[in-house]
Design a protein around this ligand. Structure first.
Ligand code: KG4
Ligand code: ZN
Length: 332
């Protein structure tokens, strides 16, 4: 089954063709990052307008790369939630028009279900259940994934998402946007033990996260050391505080529930220190660890096509009058 995936929830315009949930035939991504770097963050109206300008070109390119025509599309999968509503609407309108014109089914996909599916694109043999850490610009969630579309949420962030914390920290340190990749790079030159930033473990046994205290601690540190600020040390120490908590809670969940499989996905899964420490801890315990390659960690339509395929197989198509939704936690 050839699934056409469409992703426009934030600042990536992406169209992909994925066969049977796991085989990527094309995954075309037009990033707006250069445009949003000018404003230091995503301006929703600008994002939506850029999606309108680029979507049809990206779509044609995806079909060409996949070597298929319109009539070879069997299912359309589009992100309808959560995200910037104006941006989501561009992809959803295109997906609906296509489904209607071709007489093909459509499924409305939750963006985080897409991030979870990126693990199957990476490791199609991944067995259920597994512990899944979703870390992106908008979300920090820890789940036990029990089946396609079946999961139990163990915890979420109570304030900032991990990626958001990276983005805000980079701004404070004058490193630009997006923050995750620049902090990752800068941290390599610094000492992660130089500054003892707080780790928010929260109440005993909690799988929730909180990064706002860390952000405030960094702000205070920057203000107090403005004459002699070592940006590399601050970036490395800040990153270490986030990685410690993300790895600590994920590994504790695997231990507590006796599940020897961990998957890490979302934009922050691209972080080199997170990958290194998670690998080390997983190896020590003999756990399987899946972390998608960079191109599947950040937003892309292949993960939406994959999630859409499994959703269609397990729950059927969506009624074509579905809405776009700005905010909706992944149930579980
Ligand atoms: O999943 P994603 O592309 O978009 C959302 O759904 O939010 O994630 C984007 C986030 C941004 O906050 C970005 O700073 C972060 O992922 N990110 C990273 C790295 N690369 C991207 N964070 C830490 N280290 C990285 N190498
Ligand atoms: Zn995302």
């Amino acid at each position: 089954m050839n699934v056409l995936g469409i992703e426009t929830s934030c600042d990536e315009t992406s169209v992909a063709v994925v066969r049977d949930g796991v085989e990527i035939l094309a995954n075309v991504i037009a990033s707006q990052v250069d445009i949003h770097a000018l404003t230091g963050g995503v301006v929703p109206e600008v994002a939506a307008r850029k999606h309108v300008e680029r979507l049809s070109v990206v779509f044609e390119e995806a079909l060409r790369k996949a070597g298929i025509g319109y009539s070879d599309i069997d299912l359309i999968a589009v992100t309808n939630r959560p995200g910037l509503v104006g941006a989501l609407m561009v992809g959803v309108s295109a997906g609906k028009a296509l489904a209607y014109a071709l007489g093909k089914p459509i499924v409305a996909v939750h963006h985080l279900e897409g991030h979870i599916a990126s693990n199957f694109l990476t490791e199609p043999t991944l067995q259920f259940p597994f512990i899944c850490l979703i870390v992106s610009g908008g979300h920090t969630d820890l789940h036990i994934v029990e089946g396609h579309g079946r999961r139990r949420r163990l915890g979420s962030t109570r304030d900032d998402a991990a990626g958001e914390a990276f983005d805000k920290a980079a701004r404070l340190l004058g490193l630009g946007y997006p923050g995750g990749p620049v902090i990752d790079r800068k941290a390599k030159e610094g000492n992660p033990q130089a500054i003892d930033f707080p780790r928010a473990w929260l109440e005993e046994g909690s799988y929730d996260f909180s990064f706002s205290g860390l952000k405030t601690a960094l702000l205070r540190y920057v203000q107090q050391n403005s004459d002699s600020l070592n940006v590399a040390d601050a970036a490395a120490s800040f990153q270490e505080a986030i990685v410690d908590v993300l790895v600590g809670k994920t590994v504790r969940a695997a231990e507590e529930y006796g599940i020897p499989r961990i998957a890490v996905c979302g934009g922050v899964a691209a972080n080199s220190r997170l990958k290194a420490v998670m690998s080390e801890e997983a190896n020590k315990r003999g756990y399987q660890l899946v972390i998608p390659p960079l191109i599947l960690c950040t937003d892309n339509a292949a993960m939406i096509a994959s999630a859409g395929y499994f959703q269609y197989v397990t729950a059927g198509e969506s009624a074509i009058d579905f809405d776009t939704i700005a905010s909706e936690a992944l149930a579980g």
